[in-house]
Design a protein around this ligand. Sequence first.
Ligand SMILES: Cc1cc2nc3c(=O)[nH]c(=O)nc-3n(C[C@H](O)[C@H](O)[C@H](O)COP(=O)(O)OP(=O)(O)OC[C@H]3O[C@@H](n4cnc5c(N)ncnc54)[C@H](O)[C@@H]3O)c2cc1C
Length: 391
Amino acid sequence: MQLGLSAADLDFQAEVRDLIGRAFSSDAPYDGSREHDRRWHAAMAERGWEISKWPTAFGGPGWSATQHFIWERETTAAGLPAQVGGMGLGMLAPILFAYGTPEQQARFLPDIRANRVHWCQGYSEPEAGSDLAALRTRATLEGDHYVVEGEKIWTSGAHLADWIFCLTRTSQEGKKQEGITFLLIDMRAPGVSVHPIISIDGRHMFNRVTFEGVRTSVANRVGREGEGWTVAKGLLTHERTGQAYVSLSLSLLARLRDAAASVPGAHGGSLLEDPGFSSRLSLAAIELEALAMTELRTLSEVAMGEAPGTQSSMLKLKGTDIVQRMTEFFVECAGPYAAPWFPEVAGPPEQIGPDWAQPEVVRYLEGRAASIAGGSDEIQRNIIAKHVLRL
Ligand SMILES: Cc1cc2nc3c(=O)[nH]c(=O)nc-3n(C[C@H](O)[C@H](O)[C@H](O)COP(=O)(O)OP(=O)(O)OC[C@H]3O[C@@H](n4cnc5c(N)ncnc54)[C@H](O)[C@@H]3O)c2cc1C
């Protein structure tokens, strides 16, 4: 997709490319390691760009919607994460801006910014995923501490996290949304245990986290007692706006065309020349352009100070659909070379077929989760029906 960029935006794009080029070369690209994360974080921090999405009042650079879009596209095209800092940076910080006390902001934001302290998200429970308000992890006030008992599940990165932001039940009275309180808990506090869950791609990302008599200070409560649902809802719209995967889909699309051109189609010529494959790919590409426009519209609203709102559900739903289709096209390109990936077999699999085949199969497997994480497709449709279409 071509954007009509102004001279100032073209200058910005050149600055971004320069920053990327100085941090990583094409011979030694970013490899996802902690060391590379540190290097990339330091490069961004020199410009104050490690907090590009933070409001200027909290030190953010005040980028326009177009600058955010350029940043996403350039970093993704270079295989780099747009941000380093995970859930603290992208999810908890916006909550602390809106609901944190000045003391909480002063205590937690600098460490989040410096990527010194890692956070995980403790929302889902075994009987409370889509129906999150049914959560049962209980927090009881004892003096100036809450005592937490219960269990969280699907907690991404809990095994690497220093702190967890949690939804807890502080009251059984009234509607189930009313008795929920948002607490910050130190993962090293006595009584916190992390139990690994291995996912379909063979990797350890998920965990079950249990709390047995865990104490956290009242000073670690964000918002008032019983206000946790309102706090969490604000966080989820931020989470979903970040899940349109436009830049990722654009970069997958470009590489897909190369991959499809390099493998044979069913009727002679390459797979890219196969009329069935190419028409399905073109349809996905057109839908991706429409999604990119919708995302830009949302970004400009956010840049003008509006909360992302319910259209973030639309972005998440469509964005997930498209990125999953991109990964499916790759599996089609890989053909029989998609099969040798057996994550349950210990050790790295033997590499056969093109270089891209196995990493893309892993991405395909991993990508199945996108239509569940952050609220499943069905839940997004319910939100769109109720709040956007007012059905
Ligand atoms: C990759 C990934 C990372 C995650 N990371 C975290 C994390 O870090 N922290 C965290 O707290 N959670 C995390 N989760 C959990 C995630 O939020 C839940 O999986 C999600 O909310 C769905 O809940 P569930 O798994 O209990 O499924 P359920 O709620 O049991 O849903 C099962 C099925 O029923 C459908 N369904 C349920 N209710 C309705 C309804 N009202 N109308 C129509 N259909 C319905 C769902 O769409 C789904 O298809 C993660 C999940 C994934 C996949």
